[in-house]
Design a protein around this ligand. Structure first.
Ligand code: SF4
Length: 341
């Protein structure tokens, strides 16, 4: 794929400022950069909806060429037992980085690249960006001698990449710590005005969602991308027989739930008026539709003690049955929650 003699690098890309800057610092010294954006339902999965449009946007905004890789399958395997453990929540940051670098290594040759770079800054994050963990990440990903951290390279020992003259070490940076001042100044220097906040969009570090993922992954071995997207939408309950039931909280979530419905799911709705969509998945046989209907009615305009009809449909929107139910009390609902929202 390489068409000239330019040195080329694959840069791990998150869309955050540091990864953009890592690309810029390399581009500034004439290195051809290909940004690798790894996606999973835990981060950046929305890119999948229109990869081309996303790539064009990054190219137009930052003049950076990109490659998108869905790493969900390998990520889920790793998440079962990450060798380096979890951060504060369900975030396996060290093994996450290791996996992404392994992915970069696997495509490096095909892309005609000579090394891999990241936007890591020593001391910036407590778990994954300490000096010792940066070293572990390099060793356990198998990228020894092939991994460069352009933003903090001058705080680290020279790499083989620098020693071989593929990059000019004197033009790399010496950032460190949690401060963002220098990054902001660099953003101005490179005219980068529009970039996401450093908090990032990884839901594995979200206190509520991460707990929900942990529970779901401990219950079922075959959790997949659709399950994980479902887990990020609506209120979640475990009904009889550990049947998973999800109720939308607003119109946007109701539409999202309908989009996520797949073969085997049951869809419940209040018959007489507006109300949330309920989706039942991984349910026992027969499904606990009576319990689900009472739960759903809790979120409809139905007075306590009054019977109301709930329609149960299959994934193709075909009506299966009508259930007559009374709405649950707040305590009943609370006791069935998968985890608090
Ligand atoms: S916050 Fe999420 S995406 Fe970032 S390193 Fe940790 S697990 Fe990976």
């Amino acid at each position: 794929m390489k068409i000239d003699n330019k040195v080329r690098a694959v840069v791990l890309f998150s869309g955050g400022l540091d990864s953009i800057l890592a690309c810029k610092v390399l581009q500034e010294q004439g290195i051809d950069v290909i940004a690798l954006q790894c996606i999973t339902p835990f981060f950046n999965y929305q890119i999948k909806e229109d990869e081309e449009a996303w790539a064009k946007q990054i190219e137009d905004k930052y003049n950076i060429a990109t490659v998108v890789l869905d790493i969900t399958d390998d990520y889920l395997k790793m998440l079962k037992k990450p060798p380096h453990g979890f951060g504060r929540y369900f975030n396996p940051c060290i093994d996450c980085k290791i996996l992404m670098i392994k992915k970069a290594l696997s495509i490096m040759e095909d892309l005609g690249a000579s090394f891999i770079a990241t936007g890591e800054v020593i001391g910036q994050r407590p778990m994954s960006q300490r000096r010792d963990t940066l070293r572990i990440i390099e060793r356990d990903s198998g990228a020894e001698g092939l991994l460069l951290r352009p933003l903090c390279a001058k705080n680290l020992k020279p790499t083989l990449i620098e020693e071989q003259g593929l990059v000019d070490r004197s033009r790399l940076l010496a950032l460190s710590g949690r401060g963002r001042k220098e990054q902001m100044a660099l953003a101005r220097k490179y005219s980068i005005i529009d970039y996401p906040s450093p908090a990032g969009g990884c839901v594995l570090a979200d206190p509520i969602l991460s707990e929900r993922f942990r529970i779901l992954l401990s219950m079922w071995d075959d959790v997949d991308a659709n399950d994980l997207l479902l887990a990020q939408t609506g209120r979640h309950f475990l009904l009889e027989g550990e049947s998973w039931f999800v109720v939308g909280r607003n119109q946007a979530e109701n539409s999202k739930l309908v989009d996520l419905v797949r073969t085997g799911d049951l869809v419940l709705q209040y018959k007489a008026g507006p109300g949330p969509v309920g989706v039942m998945r991984r349910y026992m046989n027969p499904p606990p539709v009576q319990q689900a209907a009472s739960l759903l009615l809790r979120y409809c305009k139905v007075p306590a003690g009054q019977l109301a009809e709930v329609v149960v449909k299959d994934s193709k929107h075909q009506e299966i049955q009508i259930v007559n139910a009374e709405r649950f009390s707040a305590e009943d609902v609370d006791s069935l929650m998968l985890n608090k929202v």
